[in-house]
Design a protein around this ligand. Sequence first.
Ligand SMILES: C[C@H](O)[C@H](O)[C@H]1CNC2=NC(N)=NC(=O)C2=N1
Length: 96
Amino acid sequence: MSTLAPLSKEELNSALTQLSGWSVKNGKLHRQLQFASFVEAFGFMSSVALVAEAAGHHPEWFNVYNRVTIDLTTHDAGGITTKDVELARRVNTLAK
Ligand SMILES: C[C@H](O)[C@H](O)[C@H]1CNC2=NC(N)=NC(=O)C2=N1
């Protein structure tokens, strides 16, 4: 099994410049989103769930009504990896 290494500070800062809406909070990629309704928020979550399952990489997230809070980290690596950056990119595409 291959181990994915957490990104260095430099790699992370560089990735963040391409990830609108995301920051690092408690060592995880973090973004809050707001939708027009609960159904829109949940529809977005359903789309992300399919992408996450296909990638074998899953978000930590929290939903209240029309708001979704997402945290991304790679548990197997103990930090933020390219898998999290890739999922964040997909999230941004699906949130549009
Ligand atoms: C076997 C399976 O692919 C692993 O347990 C995956 C599942 N989803 C995962 N998701 C996240 N965020 N981090 C992981 O390390 C991880 N590992």
